[in-house]
Structures are given as structure tokens and as C-alpha cells.
Design a protein around this ligand. Sequence first.
Ligand SMILES: *[C@@H]1O[C@H](CO)[C@@H](O)[C@H](O)[C@H]1NC(C)=O
Ligand SMILES: *[C@@H]1O[C@H](CO)[C@@H](O)[C@H](O)[C@H]1NC(C)=O
Ligand SMILES: *[C@@H]1O[C@H](CO)[C@@H](O)[C@H](O)[C@H]1NC(C)=O
Length: 341
Amino acid sequence: MVQAVLALATTLLAIASQHKHKRSSFYDRNLNTVQAIYDLTVFPKEEQRRSKEANDKRKDNIPIRTNGSSAVPAGLFAATASGRVTPLGNFSGFEDSIEYFFALAPVPLPPLYGVFKGAPVVEFTSGCPEVAASVVYLEQYVLNDTLATNGQYINSLKQIAFWRFDDMGAVIAYDAWIRNLNLWTALTFGYSEDLFSYPQVQAAGIAGLCGAVQERCVGANQQYPKSVPIPLSEEHFGVSTCIETLSAKSYGSYDETWGDNVVCRAVHAQLTPLRPEVHCPHVGPTGGAKCAAESYDDAYFASDQRLFGAPQGQTFACPCEEDEDEYEYEDEDEGECEDED
Ligand SMILES: *[C@@H]1O[C@H](CO)[C@@H](O)[C@H](O)[C@H]1NC(C)=O
Ligand SMILES: *[C@@H]1O[C@H](CO)[C@@H](O)[C@H](O)[C@H]1NC(C)=O
Ligand SMILES: *[C@@H]1O[C@H](CO)[C@@H](O)[C@H](O)[C@H]1NC(C)=O
């Protein structure tokens, strides 16, 4: 009886699958690459953290948060990968791309202890081996087994992205957009969207940020000098220099983190443990070109050619058949394929 039911089910499945288009192999390859990339933002589950074996081959954000790009599995990003994650900024090269994609993924912190428990790619299309588009839901849950809220769903972060792959299938360019980052961040703290407009919240944000910056950016990487050399006082560590400098700047919004503001430095401060010599200037008084005044046009449009190395509109378009294997463009090329006669 069971066998008969199974046989029937198999037959029905076979019939059903005949009615579907066969997916091309590059579609699956590209989907697997994109899903593998997002899986690296997921924080390990309890049982994974406890099991040594699972630790050795786990795929989550901890090795990358600790060791940076050296912990990224081969084949996902090309060495020259560059792109943009709006509203965070533009990034060139493997190291930058990796750090901004993965090292910013949450680890459990107060007050809510949220982490990404899943990162399903919910929408995906790929019409040629070189290009794909995707939507991912980064699903945030509470992770702290001492809390009554442990395991509860908090919210999701949506990222929409276009991808360009090299002929090995590694990402060589990306243009990604995170929606509603300000509201998501406020909800992640357990508050409503106007959270960051309150002076007390801004003051507390700056104080917390300055404490972290002065602790992580030391020696040659120090950004805010000690003002008064009184041992054991706050001044001794330059925290008040930092607070004074940042309080004079615009606080900013997480929907537009690219700018000479506090939220930009709050984002970049998370990366200072990875490569302090690179990231500390971004949280300093001038913002080291990353947290610096940037015109809207320059930040999000004018840099296309420089960032992607291709004329506007060509990076995420399927190439003409004859140059299918190439990631090269002619400057005078208008980006249109010639009609075949
Ligand atoms: C970071 O790299 C070191 C040296 O390779 C390794 O021993 C350590 O386990 C890595 N840390 C994580 C969290 O993967
Ligand atoms: C869990 O939450 C408690 C209470 O807030 C906190 O003291 C503890 O450090 C948290 N544990 C982890 C692993 O984050
Ligand atoms: C990123 O954008 C800034 C501002 O437009 C620009 O100066 C910089 O050259 C861009 N980086 C790349 C790699 O395009």
C-alpha cells in the first residue's frame, strides 16, 4: 500500500516537472553563489556553537567578524570585486566588499540580542551566466537562552541586489540596496522610527561610539587625542575630545549613512577591529573619505564608470552573444547588441 502511494506520488511529480521549464545550469550556479553569500551573515545556532565538529565547517558570520576576508570561502567573490551597498557606500576590492557584506551582520547584543537566523533568497532571476538579480530577507530573531524572548522573531531586513559574475562564477560587481535601514535599526533597539531624532538618544549614541573608538583605535590609529593627561579620568583616553567633535556634526540617518555624520561612523566603527589602519580614519574627525561629505549624485550615480569599470547601464546587462565570456567593454560601445542578419 505504502509502495503504491509512493509510486503514484513519483509519477505525479514526474508529470508535474514536465510542465516546468528546465532551469539552466548557470541559473542554479548563480543562485547557489548568492545564497551562499547571504548564508555567511547568519549567526550560528546554539547547537552549532556547542559542537566542535560543526564549528570547523560552519558557515556563519563569526569567522569573518573575527578574521576578516581570510575567512571567506573561495569562489564567492573575485579579487577585484567592487560595488555599492546603498545606503552604506561604494567598495572596491575583495577585502572591502567582504567586510561590508558580512562583518556588519549582527551578533547578539543588548537590548534585544538579535541575530540573523535565516537568509532566504526569496526572489531570483538570472537570464545569462554573467548576471543575476535577487531579493533576500535577512530574518532577525532573539538569541539568548537566559531571556524569556529567546527564539522570538524580531524583524527582517530586505536587500535587493544586481550581481555580475566572472567566467568562474565568482561575483565581480554588485549593486545592492538595503531598504528601510533606519526603521529596521530603530525596531532592532525596540523603538519607533523617530528614535534617533531625540537629543538624549543622540548623546548616548555618541558617548557609546566614542568609548568604542578610543578603545579600538589606538597608537598610530588613534583619531581623537587625549586632551588632558589626567590618569584614570575620561579625558585621559580622549573620549571627551571625540564627544565634542562628533556632537558638532549632524547625527544623520541610517537611511543615508554615507556622509560626514555620526551614524556613518557608528557603522564603520564596527569594522575597526578588523583592519584598524583602514577603518579608524573613517571614524575620525575628517571621516577619511568614507564618512565625508558626499554629494548625492557623486555617491550614487556619477561613480558608476569608476566603480564598475564599465559604461553606465552595461554592468548588469547580459552581454551580446559574441562576447559572452568577457567582462570587458569598449568605451564607445553604446551597450546595444547588433542585430543578426
Ligand atoms: C581566526 O584565525 C585563526 C588563525 O587562522 C584561527 O585559529 C581562528 O580559529 C579563527 N577564528 C575564527 C572565529 O574562525
Ligand atoms: C543574555 O542576556 C543576559 C541578560 O541581559 C546577559 O547578561 C548575557 O550576557 C546574555 N548572554 C549572551 C550570550 O549574550
Ligand atoms: C566611491 O565614490 C566616491 C564618491 O563619489 C568616489 O570618490 C570614489 O572614487 C568611488 N570609488 C570607486 C572605486 O569608484
